[in-house]
Design a binder for this molecule. Sequence first.
Ligand code: PLP
Length: 393
Amino acid sequence: MSRVKESPSSQVADRVRAFRAEGRKVLPLTIGEPDFDTPDHVKDAAVAAIRAGETKYTSANGTPALQKAITSRLLRKTGQSYATDEICVGGGAKQLIFLAFMATLDEGDEVIVPAPYWVSYPDMVSVNGGRPVIVGTTAGEGYKLTPDRLRAAITERTKWVVLNTPNNPTGAVYSEEELRGLTDVVRAHPHLSILCDEIYDEINFGTRPVPSAVTVAPDLRERVFLVNGVSKAYAMTGWRIGYGAGAARLCAALGTLQSQSSSCPSSVSQAAAVAALDGGREFIDRTVAIYTERRDLLVSGLDAIDGLRPAVPEGGFYVWTDASALTGAVTPSGTRMTSDADLAEHFLESSGVVVITGDSYGCPGHFRASFALSSDTIREAVAGLAHSVSLLR
Ligand code: PLP
């Protein structure tokens, strides 16, 4: 347990609860899930599954119906036909990533994690005996790992490089050309695999589908573990269904670990996930149009505030904002902004706006603001942030 810490989002949630308990208004730009409801046809499929008695254990790696829906989706997206033994299903993408590290890492094995990173990767690596190797990226590089930085971080102990596209927190999406540069490096190091977390791939504001490492380097398919799920695309975070595609040996190992831990993912949620994956694009197209408006609202609002430099996200529902210009600034009561936490506390105290600090993502001097919120809340939060920043000297 000493290798793992509580997720920063839960810590922020506690702080927000305490603030609300004092009767103060909070504008939480911390939300990490769609604010839309799960589509009705998905709920109906779950109810039908319950009524039809699909309420028992399933095979550890998912029902045949869900495996089929996943392979069809992967074929549509990547052009690759995966066999069912190259698919695994788990209680969210998060569980599959955790199990993939558990299945493959020996004590001291290294996992390259580009920063800014999703908060869970380093802890998941550490708790499974591995060593996260954090590789920084810059705004100039679009917060993306470059082939040179990847090459320099590889050692004989490297097992995985984690690529998250679209990225949480930055919204960066790797282009085909960028992926080709990275897969060329991986190809030259046969002991290294890529864990490609594509959980936000449907929420993207550019080219569709989001380019995938297997599309640009199909020859590396055995060494790419694609992770995805229904949480973000279909507003199904509470249903807990994620899936992975990769080497049959790896998927079998994950199935074994699941069979000895959770037995299988929820049967009812699996039926719902089939309806989501097979159900057409109406929900995704409609919600992405709404996310696009909110993104523009939040980015332009933040951009208009002196001292904040938001990066325009190409996918996901977060705006990654450089606030390093405010380091050292002083509040009217004389508190100096010496850390991300100082700034986040100042925002909360002076305008009730809550953000997640950049240091949580391995990149101090920044914060993450979510736009999985109504446009009115976003407008109010932007006005609040403008007020908070205007107080600093
Ligand atoms: N990967 C990333 C980058 C995420 O941001 C999240 C959720 O916040 C997940 C994976 C987990 O998704 P799931 O709900 O499928 O476990």
